[in-house]
Design a protein around this ligand. Structure first.
Ligand code: AGP
Length: 610
């Protein structure tokens, strides 16, 4: 969470920093700030509560001159969102610092520094770092050495950038547990939590590794490892095939990203399937060897990515015949479990930087799992760099906090993995060809489902004044219902739960009345008749049903039931297809309720703290 930008240039940097923050706002958006060393060698700083637009306004009204500075957009962890708690934090108006992450020993450091006479103006853990650096510099160290010595005393996770008014041509930054990337220009250099922030100024990037420090000036950059030894890190030149992160004609990023799904699924399939086979070399050079010895799969992920893992469990066990466990990363990393022989760890993540998933991967690597694979949307992310295999989803930048196209492209990648494992476990060439043919049909089918948008918008009116909703599915459609409930709650703030429909009579049926809309996904699969019986139980108790059903399922709209029909689709891709109407439903409910669709309250796109 939180986004950091820094610039060391020979031109004014305020506009560059603020534009960078706007592009990072997906990481947190409760307050923002910028600090710049002006031409008189003083630190000028503005902080504002609210979104980056408020800070932008402040910088327009009271410009901050100077060619070296740092900036930050915050997602509160320690201390409520407020101007005092916003970054940059300053020590004696000499040092300014921005930080992403959590300092676990901040209370102890605060006590020590208070005893030395430092006065704290915020409740943040971050303020301890800036005073700590100041206290070390008082003993005669320069900024770089002081940052290094301070970092040795920090417990927790951080990506940080620091400037000192007496060193007006240098930014010092450090990374441990939170991502940082350097952006290289001509006569100017930058840093940020994500390259997206800097695409306006450069296409050349260096991703810092765990424990790295860097010192940036307009004309140079030096990188040091955790021991302080100079190191070289790979330079990555990004081409502009990276999809645009603009809203285009759409009112919200989320809607744009929903509509992009046919295209990005095509991109995810490109080069990975032939007419009738998967192209296994696309999984990476080691893939054959790893898949050959895989006897079980352990999936680890959070949120929406966890839901795609839940879908995968049905596919990997049901089609590939390989045992598959799925666990939320924040649970996996803190419990004792039995490691089955020859188990492949699969992490799933849009960002590749989710703190719990990353920590779980690192833990798993110490526990004797056979190999690690990630299904991820960001090529330069920590999960990709730290896994044996990476299967990239080609969703392009996903800006809306509510994940949409990342989810469906993850499902496509997981179908490919299912086929790869299944082929080693008796999946026939005919079955593979049939499955690959379903994948070829998928983009066109999704385009057709998107034409239901207006009917779904109409349906959404029934939800706008409700406080609760129930989402039901059976079998592989249960995780689809879970994802539908997550979408509704995160962007419309309506409390939504999902259940496998067969569980209703074991408790949740007690909730059903006319105030509880019930959404069900009903493709024409082997569980359809069971689902119908469950839905009849709901109707008998006065519950109002909203069903997305296969044309041939026998459902029709009537008293207490609204049905939106979908053309029959191959069973393999039904979870992907039935996700789309649920995304559209949540979107339209949120628009009706007037919430901030792309940046819902209390959330951040990339959860890089525990
Ligand atoms: C879903 O809409 C959320 N944005 C959230 O649940 C997200 O999926 C989760 O935080 C995991 O993120 P990741 O895929 O980047 O690891």
């Amino acid at each position: 969470m939180c986004g950091i930008v820094g610039a060391a240039a020979r031109r004014e940097v305020a506009a560059i920093l603020v534009e960078g923050l706007k592009r990072l706002e997906y990481r947190g958006y409760d307050s923002a700030g910028v600090a710049i060393i002006n031409h008189q060698g003083e630190i000028g700083c503005h902080k504002r509560l609210g979104k980056v637009a408020v800070l932008d306004q402040a910088v327009t009204e009271q410009p901050l001159a100077g060619s070296l500075g740092i900036a930050h957009t915050r997602w509160a962890t320690h201390g409520k969102p407020s101007e005092e708690n916003a970054h940059p934090h300053l020590s004696n108006n000499e040092i300014a610092l921005v930080h992403n992450g959590i300092i676990e020993n901040h209370e102890q450091l605060r006590e020590q520094l208070t005893a030395q006479g430092y006065v704290f103006v915020s409740q943040t853990d971050t303020e301890t770092i800036v005073h700590l650096i100041h206290s070390i510099m008082k003993k005669g160290e320069d900024l770089f050495s002081a940052v290094k010595l301070a970092v040795e005393q920090l417990e927790g996770a951080f990506g940080l950038a620091v400037i000192h008014k007496n060193e007006p041509e240098r930014i010092v930054c450090a990374r441990s547990g939170s991502p940082l990337v350097l952006g290289l220009g001509i006569g100017e250099n930058f840093l940020a939590s994500d390259q997206l922030a800097l695409r306006q100024v450069t296409d050349r990037f260096i991703y810092l590794e765990e424990g790295d420090f860097a010192v940036l000036s307009p004309d140079s950059y030096d990188i040091y490892d955790a021991q302080g030894e100079p190191v070289k890190r790979k330079l990555v030149q990004l081409t502009d095939k990276t999809k645009s992160a603009d809203k285009g004609q759409y009112r919200h990023y989320m809607l744009k990203e929903i509509y992009e799904q046919p295209e990005v699924i095509k991109d995810t399939l490109r080069g990975r399937i032939s007419k009738d086979k998967i192209l296994e070399q696309a999984f990476g050079a080691q893939a054959k060897e790893i898949f050959d010895k895989t006897k079980a799969v352990q999936i680890i992920a959070c949120g929406t990515s966890y839901h795609s893992g839940m879908v995968a469990k049905y596919l990997i066990e049901g089609i590939a015949g390989v045992p598959c466990r799925v666990e939320v990363a924040s649970e996996f990393r803190y419990r004792k479990f039995v490691v089955q022989d020859d188990t492949l760890i699969v992490t799933i993540s849009q960002s590749g930087e989710t703190a719990d998933t990353l920590a779980a991967l690192r833990l798993a690597k110490t526990l004797g799992y056979a190999a690690t694979m990630t299904i991820c949307n960001v090529a330069q992310s920590s999960l990709v760099r730290e896994s044996d295999l990476a299967l990239m989803t080609e969703a392009g930048p996903e800006v809306g906090v509510a994940s949409t196209k990342a989810f469906t492209t993850q499902l496509v990648a997981l179908v490919l993995l299912t086929i790869a494992l299944g082929k080693r476990n008796g999946l026939s060439a005919e079955k593979e060809a049939e499955m690959v043919s379903s994948l070829h049909q998928l983009p066109q089918i999704l385009s057709e489902v998107l034409t239901l948008d207006q009917s779904i918008e109409k349906m959404s009116e029934a939800f706008a004044d409700k406080h609760n909703a129930l989402f039901l599915g059976r079998g592989v459609q249960w995780p689809v219902a879970m994802e539908g409930a997550l979408k509704l709650k995160e962007i419309s703030y309506i409390h939504a739960e999902s259940y496998p429909a067969g569980e209703l009579k074991h408790g949740p049926l007690a909730l059903v009345d006319s105030e509880m809309p019930i959404v069900a996904v009903a493709p024409n699969d082997e569980l359809l008749e069971k689902l119908k019986s469950n839905l009849e139980e709901v109707q008998a108790r006065g519950g109002e049903l909203f069903v997305f059903a296969d044309n041939n399922s026998g459902f029709s709209s009537g008293d207490g039931i609204t049905v939106i029909k979908l053309a029959p689709v191959p069973e393999l891709i039904a979870p992907i297809v039935y996700t789309i109407p649920l995304q559209l439903l949540s979107y339209h409910v949120a628009v009706l309720k007037g919430t901030d669709v792309d940046q819902p309250r209390n959330l951040a796109k990339s959860v890089t703290v525990e």
